[in-house]
Structure formats: C-alpha cells, structure tokens
Design a protein around this ligand. Sequence first.
Ligand code: FES
Length: 108
Amino acid sequence: MKEYQLGSSKAEIFLMLPERKVKKVILGKKTIGLLRIGEQFFAFDSQCPHRGADLLQANINGWSEIICPLHQYRFDLKTGQVRSGFCSDLPVFPVRLHEEGLTIQIPQ
Ligand code: FES
C-alpha cells in the first residue's frame, strides 16, 4: 500500500474538489477518480470493472452510487460493491481528510 497526499489544508481540498464533480487524479501509474459529497470523500478506479468504460464521465445518484455511462451498472462508492449488473466490484481506495490535506492509499 502506498500513501499519497493531496493539498496542504482542508480548505484547499474543498476548493480542489467541488461537490459531486468527479476529478481525475494520477497517483504513480494509477488513474483514479476522486469525489466529494458533503464532507465525505471517495476514491475509486477510473475504469469500470465491467468493460472498462471511463468512470470519470459517470453520474452519481442520491444513494452514493456511481453509475457507469456505458451500460448503467451501479456501484457503491463506499465499498465498491456492484449494486446492479453482473461484474466484479469496483476497486475503491481508503481516503481520509485531515488538517494537512487528503490522504489516499493505493495498493502497489
Ligand atoms: S462498461 Fe461499465 S457497465 Fe459496462
């Protein structure tokens, strides 16, 4: 597991991540999506586990689910669990907001 830090303060993170807008972040060799809903943060693989569609273009519903733009499969943003459709779960990554910014842990 490798830990990455974004920003240098909570305020900077809130400015960097407007609510409900998926942001592309490249950490090492991995491209992930980052999303803020209120004070909750989610980090997830940028590719859909079904057929690899770009989840950076995905919509978010009111149940904290991400909806793939290609076949509309839904995934729980907290756990990555597939909620509708038949494929493996979406890889999600631990993310934590603290006074010095946002920390994201990515498996190596
Ligand atoms: S590629 Fe995402 S649901 Fe099919």
